[in-house]
Ligand binder design. Structure first.
Ligand SMILES: Nc1nc2c(c(=O)[nH]1)N[C@H]1C(S)=C(S)[C@@H](COP(=O)(O)OP(=O)(O)OC[C@H]3O[C@@H](n4cnc5c(=O)[nH]c(N)nc54)[C@H](O)[C@@H]3O)O[C@H]1N2
Ligand SMILES: Nc1nc2c(c(=O)[nH]1)N[C@H]1C(S)=C(S)[C@@H](COP(=O)(O)OP(=O)(O)OC[C@H]3O[C@@H](n4cnc5c(=O)[nH]c(N)nc54)[C@H](O)[C@@H]3O)O[C@H]1N2
Ligand SMILES: [Mo]
Length: 795
């Protein structure tokens, strides 16, 4: 058992290893005070649910309650390690303020009720709206935090049984760009790389990805390589001095919103220097000539001006990735939550295609996921796309679904692209969507421009259903609140960012009358009496395992093929990476070995889009461009962000995460160790900017954008001058005083999205800052514990 303080030392002690060696095992455990291993009645298998890394763990159960967790030594993902959120976050399950019974709105107030009453309200309203207006009156907004079985079931209900096109997940805010970038370059979603690429790479490049704080165990793996022989060199592209930046060989800190210019500059120099694999390009790709002519103007000097980094640094960074023997790249929100998100992420794919670095150990590409089960939202079609990475504009694919679900083809909407979340909220605002069912997401804190979102969700004419485990900021606005069971209280599977499928077993009973999300969706389907064309119940399954078996049929022959997996096989041992079939019973470590892609016109998930306008490419156009299903180089011109710093709002505001909290904190604020480590919102600014504004460390400051403001304590850091950073975790609910404080970063963010992926822009808006009051004595206001312990160690 590890004894280090995992709040001040989140990555634990080093277990160095050198290139090509196996990453040593280190088993991390945390048990409740006074509980020892000997007291534990049972260890129940699961994986982590507060990030996308998929760290396998066992849940300790004593007297019917969760009393701790322990990493699984045999798992390929974490070799026993767990991060701080995994070690402490489970305590939220037993929080006394869990929702335990359904609530309905009566005379303006939410009151407790029974399941029959709550569900019948939803069913009555659904029926009335279907009669009056048809399927387009109903919208579903789900999550990246449920289980595979739940998404597939919801997808079948929404796309099939109801036939609405208005289905999306909060994955739109999270990994829509990952999916879109993979479709644009490789014809299909699906993560090419593997975490084991960390073990083999000689260069690791992180693009807008603060992996140290957001996937702490993956960072431990990188730190262990850095501590071993023949360490990899690191490129970090991030405007902030993150732990990744501090460990980097080269840190580029571009102005927020200039990623495309920067990537074009890197690719320009890679091509100009001849660091490309011409044979690979000729054999396996289309579009190289267009890319290289588009890149011609992006000289390091020009790019240096746009991005505010030196031309020499751009050349050095290009050399690092251009001469790597085995390059691993990861991409996340610094790229995805920006105005040219897909265009920027695609350039990282281009880098790997130019260098022929795919499908080989160490040559990984991880267009990262963020949420634990975002992969499943996408593959099961709960993000609007069709199940099994099927192409909505390919009739053969729609027909396959109609056969699987035994429905007429016309009852599955495929007349236009699925409605994306930002458009769903627009339709709610305009009144054409009249019932919105929100599951496992908290849009009243996580969507941009919160004053608008609050007014949309509190409209009288909207019937809002919220399915959550707590009475969140969103649930408070609902007409019906459904109490869900969560991780540890229900059975299901989920898939992490490197395609590893884990089983999560039920360890304890849910509190009160809370029910698993799957049971809630199936109960709705039964009460609605949904039927297929032979009058059989739709969906026809009744529990997690039968849902999983149905999903396997839907995945057969598609890139995300699960047919070789069973629950029995996923119990014990390690998680397994899809595709997993009879031919590949142990799963598949890397996609696109030998330059074979899933991009042929008849097989691909998407024909792609224009990266600037988002207009879908016509099937005939795609066929002409890529008849043999090769990988596709897509070029993009740099365009400046829509909202740029001005005289009135001189700063670029970016938002993001801290190591200790997950999203809107519904779980992490209820875990005492995590809450104490980051109890309140702050704003980061540079020392020079602070001086100029007469602001000192710890002062209370007001941060304003054209849409709203918050008050936050100031942390002075080495962030790029002209940039402010605010963590987005803090909604107005406060676990300490139960009070309400407007302090969510999204009070300030803008209603705008990337044209191709439709992912909202959380990382570029203009803002100003002013001092409101002097400094507080609370030092947690101004430093996170791991920063403090690092500073103490250095002095
Ligand atoms: N501790 C913790 N871990 C988490 C989560 C959490 O809430 N807390 N959430 C999970 C989820 S759902 C997700 S999506 C991931 C997100 O994981 P990350 O993407 O790593 O996290 P963020 O902090 O959102 O953004 C990453 C970095 O982008 C940088 N950035 C901002 N603007 C720009 C820009 O214009 N260009 C570049 N190059 N960089 C920029 C920011 O400075 C920030 O350090 O984390 C997952 N893991
Ligand atoms: N400004 C800014 N905004 C952002 C981001 C940013 O970087 N900056 N990042 C965006 C990203 S990447 C993401 S992923 C989103 C996240 O945004 P949200 O999805 O809104 O955040 P969460 O707090 O994770 O909300 C999940 C909800 O599900 C509930 N829940 C947990 N487990 C279960 C379960 O088993 N069943 C049910 N029914 N409910 C459950 C939780 O209590 C919680 O209310 O935020 C986005 N918003
Ligand atoms: Mo996310």
């Amino acid at each position: 058992m590890t004894t280090v303080n995992r709040i001040t030392e989140p990555w634990g002690e080093r277990t160095p290893f050198s290139r090509g060696e196996r990453w040593p095992v280190r088993v991390d455990t945390h048990l409740a005070d006074g509980v020892s291993d000997a007291d534990v009645d049972a260890w129940v298998q699961s994986a982590s649910l507060l990030h996308s890394n998929g760290d396998a763990m066992d849940i300790a159960v004593k007297d019917g309650s969760i009393v701790g967790v322990r990493g699984r030594a045999d798992d390929r993902v974490n070799h026993g390690r767990l991060g701080p959120k995994d070690l402490y976050g489970w305590q939220a399950n037993a929080s006394r303020d869990r929702l335990t019974t359904p609530l309905i709105r009566v005379d303006g107030e939410l009151v407790e009720t029974d399941w029959d009453t709550a569900m019948n309200r939803i069913v009555d309203r659904s029926r009335a709206l279907l009669d009056e207006q048809g399927p387009s009156a109903l919208g579903f907004y789900t999550s990246g935090q449920l289980f595979l079985e739940e998404y597939y079931t919801l997808g079948v209900i929404a796309h099939g049984a109801i036939g609405t096109n208005h289905v999306d997940g909060n994955t739109r805010l999270c990994t829509a760009t990952a999916a879109e970038a993979l479709k644009e370059s490789f014809g299909c979603d699906g993560q090419p790389g593997s975490y084991t690429d960390v073990d083999h790479a000689d260069v690791i490049a992180l693009f807008g990805h603060n992996v140290a704080e957001t996937q702490t165990v993956l960072w431990s793996r990188i730190l262990d390589r850095l501590a071993g022989e023949d360490p990899p060199r690191i490129l970090c592209v991030d405007p902030r001095p993150t732990p990744v930046a501090r460990a980097a060989t080269i840190h580029l800190a571009p102005l927020p919103g200039t990623n495309v210019a920067l990537m074009n500059g890197l690719l320009h120099h890679v091509i100009a220097s001849g660091w490309i694999d011409k044979d690979y390009i000729d054999a396996h790709t289309v579009g190289f000539d267009e890319l290289s002519s588009r890149l011609a103007d992006y000289t390091p000097e020009r790019v240096a001006d746009i991005c505010g980094v030196s031309a020499d640094d751009i050349r050095s960074a290009a050399e690092l990735v251009g001469t790597a023997d085995r390059l691993l790249s990861t991409v996340l929100q610094g790229f995805y939550q920006s105005h040219q998100a897909t265009a920027a992420a695609v350039q990282v794919n281009n880098l790997h295609l130019l260098r022929g670095m795919l499908g080989k150990p160490g040559c990984g590409l991880l267009q990262m996921n963020g949420q634990p089960t975002a992969e499943n939202t996408r593959e099961c079609g709960a993000d609007g796309d069709l199940a099994g990475f099927r192409n909505w504009s390919n009739d053969t694919h729609v027909q396959q679904l109609s056969q699987l679900w035994n429905l007429e083809m016309h009852s599955i909407p495929h007349y236009s692209p699925p409605t994306h979340a930002m458009q769903i909220f627009r339709y709610v605002e305009q009144g054409s969507i009249r019932m919105l069912w929100v599951s496992a997401t908290n849009p009243a804190v996580s969507l941009p421009e919160l004053s608008r979102i609050r007014s949309i969700l509190s409209q009288q004419r909207l019937f809002l259903v919220v399915q959550d485990i707590f009475l969140t900021e969103t649930a408070e606005l609902a007409d019906v609140v459904l109490p869900a069971a969560t991780w540890g209280e229900k059975l299901g599977t989920f898939t992490n960012a490197d395609r590893t499928v884990h089983l999560s077993d039920k360890a304890v009973e849910p509190p009160g009358h809370a029910r698993a999300d799957l049971d809630i969706f199936l109960d709705y389907a039964r009460r609605m009496d949904f039927r297929d064309k032979d009058d059989n119940p739709l969906p026809h399954w009744q529990d997690p395992e039968s849902a999983f078996e149905a999903w396997k049929k839907a995945s057969a022959g598609r890139p995300c093929d699960y047919t070789g997996l069973t629950y029995a096989q996923l119990r014990g041992g390690s998680g397994i990476q899809w595709p997993c079939t009879a031919d590949r019973p142990n799963g598949t470590e890397r996609l696109y070995e030998n330059g074979q892609f899933a991009a042929s016109p008849d097989y691909c998930e998407s024909y792609g889009k224009d990266l600037v306008t988002g207009t879908p490419v016509e099937p005939t156009e795609y066929r002409a461009m890529n008849p043999d299903g090769k990988a596709i180089f897509k070029a993009a011109e740099y365009l400046p962000p829509h909202e740029r710093p001005s005289v009135e709002y001189p700063f670029a505001l970016i938002t993001g995460r801290t190591l200790y909290h997950f999203h809107t904190r519904t779980k992490t604020a209820r875990a005492p160790q995590l809450q104490a480590a980051a109890p309140q919102v702050w704003v980061e600014m540079s020392a020079g900017d602070a001086r100029e504004h007469q602001i000192s460390e710890g002062d209370l400051a007001r941060v304003r954008s054209p849409r709203g403001h918050i008050d936050a304590r100031v942390r002075i850091t080495d962030i790029r001058p002209g940039v402010l950073f605010v963590p987005f975790h803090y909604g107005y609910w406060d676990s300490h005083d139960g009070g309400r404080h407007e302090r969510a970063a999204n009070e300030m963010t803008i209603t705008d999205w990337d044209p191709a992926s439709k992912q909202p822009i959380f990382k570029t808006s203009a803002a100003d800052i002013d001092r409101v009051a002097g400094s507080s004595d609370d030092t947690t206001a101004t430093r996170s514990p791991f920063e403090k312990s690092r500073n103490e160690a250095r002095s």
